[in-house]
Design a protein around this ligand. Structure first.
Ligand SMILES: [Zn+2]
Length: 107
């Protein structure tokens, strides 16, 4: 049975994702990644790891160990914010230079 729905799977509000995060698979993934990280946040390397953060959502529900990072709550929040920002900046975000064409026509 394949009831594939085009929902943003990574969303916390997605009930499937919420369930998944309570699943045995997620728990094992979490343990494995925490072991790899030796219990430390893999982003700041200072705080204790508390959560798993996705580096990619390509294999959501079937992640590889390399698709996730163990991280502290703070880094996770920053990472998520970055995800969100990236979604907002879908173009070349450089128009602050104001490199106006100056015609210094030498006479
Ligand atoms: Zn951290």
């Amino acid at each position: 049975m394949s009831s594939v729905k085009p929902v943003p799977a990574a969303c916390d509000r997605n009930p499937e994702y919420a369930l998944y995060r309570q699943s045995e698979r997620w728990r094992k993934l979490r343990i494995a990644v925490f072991l790899r990280a030796k219990g430390k946040c893999e982003i700041c390397r200072r705080a204790d790891a508390q959560e798993l953060a996705h580096l990619t959502y390509d294999r959501i529900f079937n992640e590889l160990l390399t698709d996730v990072l163990a991280c502290c709550a703070r880094c996770h929040r920053e990472l998520d914010a970055r995800w969100r920002n990236e979604r907002h900046q879908h173009g070349p975000a450089r128009d602050a230079g104001g490199a106006a064409l100056e015609d210094e026509s030498p006479s």
